[in-house]
Write a protein that binds this ligand. Structure first.
Ligand code: NAP
Ligand code: MG
Length: 495
């Protein structure tokens, strides 16, 4: 590590953040968070229990009932949240380094994508705060009815480790803008940046108790939040399996609302009318190998027209072979580690199983990509299964690693059928130079986002989310506000 200010180890916050202050866990237990790129321990973090979750929910509810935030003028909420966005920017180096170290992410990406994105997205929601209007209903002349969107109360936000700060902001932006209190449980692999965010929120002027951050185990703190009878809504991003647990928690407790951003197995369909196949190959490789494939909307299934399959596969392999694992703080590194050696080992076991299945096709492994990487890190070579059958397990199961399948098709209908053939429906990409085909494909593809001539198009101005077992309830855009509000009708009779 060099000694520039941007890479000196931050002074991590490691206690629970409840009611505007750092406090230890009730039983004083701690867990270790490590840097997946080196295997080194970074910090011992307080491990929240059900009692700590209860403390945080009480603090959120008390703040909500006080009205200090929930009934504050929207223009005030705008000012405070915009100040928080400013503070994220002022502390950008520290936050980018924290997520790079804690999540094994590339500093070149946390500093250019995660942290600036988090600040910009938060500011976008802040700016919306005083631009949202209610409705007047078209009633008969003797009555008057208006409809207002009111904050729900206490939001439980449960997030994954792949974009710690960004995932937090995706939930906090709309939840706080609309006046709710939040109890946020970060992933155990990456609690550090979000703990700091809690403190920055207080510095920005958020009243105590409005944002509480409680790290802790999924099966303890996460479950306690899901089952808590005074939590009004859960906003979850993570795996489909854990998402289903939250539906059960809700039905076993108070019927709280549940919004789920879960897994994916996104198809990237490349037609033979594409002139610039190099651009398509660049993005096909990026679509799966960016962040070593640990992206819910990763384009993990490449579906290529048979006329160009051989040529295009060679181009994608060329790009995969050029990836380099190494020091995650070095700009030249392009292939980060997986989130843990445990995750890497279980994915590798999966890959060995898939390799035994004749339907998986022919396997390519880019061993040279990881030859210089720290052996203590959780690095994994990119893998490509060429000629995989769409129904093969390797094409059906979310892997969450640098693993691509390539399947060929001959007709547009077949491409649609293959792309839609998984239990997920999160994202899809289409490459074509034919405008009408692009629209036709978008109509037929089951996906929350269809990216045309790019991969993984995403912006705060457009919804992000899926259907089927990818979940429901979109993040981002003004639609996300609807998840954190309830509509109230006020009817004035006998005018
Ligand atoms: P995960 O295992 O589902 O964990 C997500 C969160 O849930 C973590 O905070 C985790 O806590 C918590 N959790 C785990 N088990 C729980 C339980 N039994 N009850 C309550 N909470 C529990 O997912 P992950 O491994 O962190 O992330 C990878 C998955 O997230 C992939 O499937 C990916 O597709 C999905 N993802 C989806 C999106 C999207 O927007 N659609 C975005 C990013 C990731 P611990 O960390 O303490 O276990
Ligand atoms: Mg970590």
């Amino acid at each position: 590590m060099n000694s520039s200010p941007a890479t000196s180890i931050p002074d991590f916050r490691t206690d629970l953040y409840i009611n505007g202050a750092f406090v230890p866990a009730e039983n004083d237990e701690r867990f270790t968070t490590t840097n997946p790129a080196t295997g080194q321990q970074l910090a011992e973090v307080a491990s929240g229990t059900a009692t700590d979750i209860d403390r945080a929910v009480i603090s959120g509810r008390t703040a909500f009932e006080s009205g200090s935030w929930s009934r504050a003028a929207p223009a005030h909420r705008k000012t405070v949240l915009a100040r928080l966005a400013d503070l994220v920017e002022t502390n950008a180096d520290e936050l980018a380094l924290t997520d790079a170290l804690d999540g094994g992410k590339l500093l070149s990406e946390t500093s250019t994508i995660d942290v600036p994105g988090a600040a910009a997205f938060l500011r976008w929601y802040a700016e919306a705060a005083d631009k949202l209007y209610g409705e007047v209903a078209p009633t008969a002349d003797d009555s008057f009815a208006y409809v207002t969107a009111e904050p729900l109360g206490v939001v439980g936000a449960v997030i994954p480790w792949n974009y710690p700060l960004e995932m937090a902001i995706w939930k906090l932006g709309p939840a706080l803008t609309t006046g709710n209190s939040v109890v946020l449980k970060p992933a155990s692999e990456t609690p550090l940046s979000v703990l700091r965010l809690g403190e920055l929120a207080t510095e920005a002027g958020l009243p105590d108790g409005v944002l509480n951050v409680v790290p802790g185990g999924g099966r303890t703190a996460g479950k306690a939040l899901g089952l808590h009878s005074d939590v009004d809504v859960i906003a979850f991003t993570g795996s489909t399996e854990v998402g289903k647990r939250f539906l059960a928690y809700s039905s076993e407790s108070n019927m709280k609302q549940i919004w789920l951003e879960a897994g994916g197995k996104s198809a990237n369909v490349v037609f033979d009318d594409v002139e610039d196949l190099d651009a398509a190959a660049d993005m096909a490789a990026q679509g799966i190998f960016f962040q070593s494939g640990q992206v819910c909307s990763a384009n993990s299934r490449l579906v290529v027209h048979e006329n160009i399959a051989e040529k295009f596969t060679a181009k994608v392999i060329e790009r995969a072979a050029a990836l380099r694992a190494g020091d995650t703080l070095d700009d030249k590194t392009t292939l980060p580690p997986l989130i843990s050696r445990g995750a890497r080992d279980s994915i590798q076991q999966m890959i060995e199983r898939f390799a035994q299945d004749p339907k998986s096709g022919e396997q390519w492994i880019g061993e040279e990509c990881i030859q210089d990487a720290d052996p203590e890190g959780a690095f994994m070579a990119p893998v490509i299964f060429k000629g995989a059958a769409p129904e093969a397990e390797v094409c059906q199961q979310e892997i969450f690693g640098p693993v691509l399948t390539i399947t060929t098709f001959s007709t547009e209908d077949e491409a649609v059928q293959i792309a839609n053939s998984t239990r997920y429906a999160l994202a899809a990409s289409v490459w074509t130079d034919d405008l009408r085909r692009a629209h036709r494909m978008s109509r037929k593809l089951r996906a929350g986002t269809v990216s045309v001539n790019t991969v993984d198009a995403l912006d705060v101005t457009v919804p992000f989310g899926g259907s089927k077992e990818s979940g429901f309830g979109n993040d981002l855009s003004l639609h996300a506000l609807e998840k954190f509000t309830t509509l109230k009708t006020t009817w004035i009779a006998d005018l």
